[in-house]
Design a protein. Structure first.
Lengths: 292, 254
């Protein structure tokens, strides 16, 4: 009797979180378990992992995500640098407005962003027209194909535009936290703005910067819409490949798709663990620095 | 410079929606027309897809809030040895793609009759947005002083009333932010809705996708503009009504 009452008490304590846990377990984790269960069919797993289609897709996905994340890192660090320069001179009111402006791409869905970049970068798009008007090319076909081509340039551009604001959003509060007196001290000693950014600001934002880059990397790696819209039929990214196999024949390809999903889940979980641990160790490092 | 970087992709979208003849080599279209707008207004699916979009995103936002409110309170205040596991379970869709998971249980969803109807789509759309809503509310509860609820508990106020008269009215700004994120995500969700809805329920992203991927460029541009407008209007409308509803519910008179 006592045992039951204790259990009831325990359940009552967890009542708040129970509905969301049940929901997530049924709707989300059941699917993941199904995929992982399918991976234990080792013959099938070996067959898929060593199939040419899968290897090409994996290579393509990794290369595409790597280039995308590098471009995101580049664009966002420039954005952060500009915001830092602005934050020295401008009042907080204006800074807030500028921040809202920078975050605007976050409100545009991925498919629209992809579409807008296909309008800009395609062979008959704006950039090719401007280049033509300036006299660099003489007809349409001289402009390199940037949309729906196997290297995925337009995908990289879309991510650079769409994901950089997220990184700025994550990092920006830390920039505002940096003491204004430090800059004054630095100025007394004749330190330039760029040097101050490199030596003081950048090390402070580094942990958050890196971990948010990893979040974006995991997202790009598994994302579906943009490669589906701007990619080509061969090579395809892993998630597009899995989905198209499923859409073509959901009955006979089901096991294969489940195994592929299992592999995607495995890779993203690995990245998730990297985010978690790197975040922990890096953040502890900077907290110590701040205390000094 | 930031402004240019942020806004330049919209220019061809706007110009493209009005053009009828836009040959290569012309900076601006040589002929303007409204035919693409006419096509969209006359398309029967446009209105119904907007209706579906709004129904889905609003229900998803409400479910998210109802699920995340007590869960975030639990995570912020209660001590439990299992908290780490709960956090992993609830925040996993941030890293692990929901599409991979849904492909895994698609068969079960067909068996239980959750495909091709609104219920299934709504349930599926909760998954990608729930972690964000939970995160926003969790941060809110962490910054929320616990003295208020302690005072209420001493006076013998029930848990339900604490939510009704203390948490919900005081957390209105956070609720608005959380529901904004939720609506933004579920409005633009393409593949999950497409997979679960089959061809029975057509939302705006599904309707415009063929035009975006190599269809008529003008119509694609107009749909994009319509989509952005619907996004903004749906957000404003929801914010307005949720604030109104909370004020009514918590009996705030302003």
């Amino acid at each position: 009797m006592n045992g039951i009452r204790m259990w009831l008490k325990k359940i009552k304590k967890h009542l708040g979180i129970l509905p969301s846990l049940v929901f997530m377990l049924i709707m989300f984790w059941a699917g993941i378990l199904n995929s992982i269960k399918a991976m234990f069919n080792f013959n099938l797993l070996r067959e898929i992992v060593f199939s040419r289609e899968f290897i090409v897709s994996t290579k393509y996905t990794l290369r595409l995500s790597l280039f995308s994340i590098l471009s995101v890192a580049f664009v966002s660090i420039i954005g952060i640098f500009i915001l830092y320069l602005l934050s020295i001179n401008l009042s907080e009111e204006k800074l807030k407005k500028i921040r809202v402006l920078t975050l605007f791409p976050m409100y545009i869905p991925y498919i629209l962003a992809g579409y807008m970049f296909s309008l800009i970068l395609s062979q008959s798009g704006i950039i090719s027209t401007i280049v033509y008007k300036l006299g660099f090319i003489e007809n349409l076909s001289e402009f390199p194909a940037l949309v729906n081509e196997p290297r995925g340039y337009s995908i990289i551009f879309t991510y650079a535009w769409k994901a950089s604001p997220f990184i700025i959003l994550m990092v920006f509060p830390n920039i505002l936290r940096i003491n204004k007196d430090w800059m004054d001290v630095a100025r007394v000693f004749g330190v330039g703005k760029f040097y101050f950014f490199r030596k003081i600001v950048f090390p402070l934002i580094m942990p958050l910067y890196i971990s948010s880059l990893f979040i974006v990397f995991a997202h790009i790696l598994s994302s579906f819409e943009v490669p589906y819209l701007l990619g080509v039929t061969y090579p395809r990214t892993l998630s597009v490949l899995a989905y198209e196999k499923y859409a073509r024949n959901s009955v006979s390809n089901r096991e294969v798709v489940l195994v592929m999903n299992g592999i995607i889940i495995f890779i993203t979980t690995l990245i998730g663990m990297i985010i978690y641990y790197s975040n922990k160790s890096l953040r502890e490092g900077t907290e110590l620095e701040l205390e000094k | 410079m930031l402004g240019i970087f942020v806004f330049f992709p919209f220019i061809p979208l706007l110009i493209g929606s009005f053009s009828s003849v836009w040959r290569f080599g012309d900076l601006l279209p040589t002929k303007f027309s409204l035919s693409a707008y006419e096509y969209i207004i006359n398309n029967n699916f446009t209105l119904s897809s907007i209706k579906y979009n709004i129904i889905i995103s609003y229900s998803v936002a409400l479910i998210n809030l109802i699920l995340a409110m007590p869960a975030s309170y639990f995570l912020a205040r209660t001590e439990s040895a299992l908290k780490k596991i709960y956090i992993i379970i609830l925040f996993a869709p941030l890293i692990i793609p929901p599409l991979s998971s849904i492909l895994g249980i698609h068969f079960n969803m067909i068996m239980y009759g959750l495909t091709g109807n609104l219920l299934g789509i709504i349930l599926v759309n909760v998954i990608p947005s729930f972690p964000y809503v939970l995160l926003v509310l969790l941060m809110a509860f962490r910054n929320f002083p616990s003295s208020l609820e302690e005072a209420a508990l001493i006076d013998g106020v029930s848990k339900y009333s604490i939510y009704r008269y203390i948490f919900i009215p005081l957390l209105i700004p956070n609720i608005v932010v959380a529901s904004t994120i939720s609506i933004l995500i579920s409005l633009s969700e393409y593949i999950l809705t497409f997979l679960i809805g089959g061809s029975k329920i057509i939302t705006l992203p599904i309707l415009m996708f063929p035009f975006l991927s190599g269809g008529d460029k003008n119509i694609g541009a107009v749909y994009s503009i319509l989509f952005i407008i619907v996004n903004i209007l749906a957000l404003l409308l929801f914010e307005f009504f949720i604030v109104l509803a909370i004020k009514r519910y918590s009996r705030i008179r302003i």
